[in-house]
Design a protein. Structure first.
Length: 441
């Protein structure tokens, strides 16, 4: 820990614990590291990572400015090889290359498999880039280097469980996730992994019971509580309790006191969009959500967020705002794209983000054939612009609904057959199949 004294190291360890448990104290503890050791290499690296993990454009810009100042002040040659790799990974991500940062952190943990910060940050990069195999193998490749009695081992299990789920190992994911949470009841990422495993198996009632039983551990006091409430609302939606879905939305996902974080707004948009696809009455909630997205005034930073902003604009019947966002991203690609070949958001926006945004607008305007034409070629590639299977299912359902509305019955039958044979217990799949049968008689 170059340029880092004992007091700063203690704050660093507390910051690491807070990060792994998704506690809000992480930022304050990192600032305490730098207060005690202003030239601490890992303190500055940690602060840079925190500026990136929220997918917030303005936070990332501030982090980049601070990190550039640090690099001018502290020669990298004086750092340890491990610290230099962290500095390079942070710089690479701050420069827009998430994939490159992920590769550097993967190299780092080959040599240092017990670097919990490198594993945690790399794991989130794999999530943001939708790489299910790396979500599984980055953690799995390091686990055997850990003592099972290490206080952080269970938290690594929680990460591994999520990787297993995203890679399709649902039963194993459930078991590993349950063990992780037994070790650390407030491991909200481990709880989240179990919840995903139930979702992908169509075990919605089991998911509700599990979240109810552990509500005190996940529902408040952490950065992930809104997202886990979103999962709870998905379970309720699948079991037909729309009134309770909206109650969860109002109490936890979006209300007057909501902070406006991108990750929370995208959960709110995703939930309302599912209700919109189902033809449910959302009770005038779209305009407030669209206003919240508009207040952010985001530039081109993370295409996955853009798609959810467009959902909100379309849901609120503000197609002009959706089309303005699309035009802005098109202009950004023309101006910045050719000169930034290593910028992860360039292909994310060009190949997935913009076609998805155009499809959402087409769906909102009832141009269902156009929506099908835009989404169908991408349906096996949605993961390349980030998110989880559960999150991206909003787009898969949009394709199904567009095919039904467009009278593309053969296509709808194929899409639903795929879904039913994978998740036979999913009520949405059965309902859509019944609607298809009625429409083709």
């Amino acid at each position: 820990m170059t340029h880092t004294g004992a007091d700063a190291v203690r704050h660093y360890e507390q910051a690491l614990d807070s990060l792994l448990f998704f506690r809000e104290e992480a930022a304050a503890q990192v600032e305490a590291v730098l207060g005690a050791a202003p030239r601490s290499a890992m303190g500055h690296v940690f602060r840079a990572y925190l500026g990136l993990l929220g997918t917030e454009e303005k936070d990332a810009a501030a982090a980049a400015t601070a990190f550039e100042a640090y690099r001018r002040d502290v020669p990298v040659a004086g750092l340890s090889p491990r610290e230099r790799m962290h500095v390079e990974a942070a710089s690479t991500w701050l420069g827009g290359d998430m994939h490159g940062a992920g590769r550097l952190l993967a190299e780092l943990v080959v040599a240092h498999p017990r670097d919990a910060l490198a594993l945690a940050v790399g794991h989130q990069i794999d999530f943001f880039t939708g790489d299910a195999v790396l979500l599984r193998d980055r953690i799995g490749g390091a686990l055997n280097a850990w003592d099972r009695e290490d206080p952080h081992f269970g938290l690594l299990q929680g990460m591994y469980a999520f990787g297993l789920e995203e890679a399709g190992h649902y039963t194993l994911a459930e078991g590993v996730g349950l063990e992780a949470v037994e070790r650390n009841p407030r491991d909200v990422w481990g709880i989240h992994a179990v919840v995903h495993a139930y979702e992908m198996q169509g075990r919605h009632e089991d998911g509700i019971r599990y979240l109810d039983a552990r509500a005190d551990d996940w529902s408040t006091g952490n950065y992930l509580n809104v997202h886990n409430w979103w999962h709870y609302a998905l379970y309720l939606l699948e079991t037909g309790r729309t009134d309770k879905v909206l109650a969860v939305y109002d109490a936890a996902l979006h209300h007057e006191g909501s902070g406006g974080a991108a990750m929370e707004l995208l959960d709110a948009a995703s939930l309302l969009w599912r209700l919109h696809l189902a033809g449910a009455d959302t009770g005038g909630r779209w305009p407030a959500l669209a206003d919240a997205w508009a207040r952010r005034d985001d530039g081109a930073y993370y295409a996955f967020n853009d798609a959810h902003a467009v959902m909100a604009y379309v849901g609120a019947d503000r197609v002009f705002d959706a089309e303005r966002l699309i035009r802005d991203r098109e202009a950004w690609l023309r101006d910045a794209g050719p000169g930034r070949p290593g910028h992860s958001n360039v292909p994310m926006t060009a190949e997935i983000g913009l076609p998805v945004c155009r499809a959402l607008v087409a769906y909102g305007q009832r141009r269902y054939a156009d929506a099908v034409g835009l989404l169908l070629p991408l349906r096996h590639r949605f993961q390349t612009f980030g998110g989880s299977h559960a999150q991206r299912d909003a787009l898969q359902r949009t394709l199904v609904e567009a095919a039904l509305h467009a009278g593309r019955h053969d296509l709808a039958r194929t899409l639903l057959s795929e879904r039913i044979n994978l998740r036979a217990r999913c009520p949405y799949n059965q309902d859509a199949w019944a609607r298809l049968a009625r429409g083709t008689r």
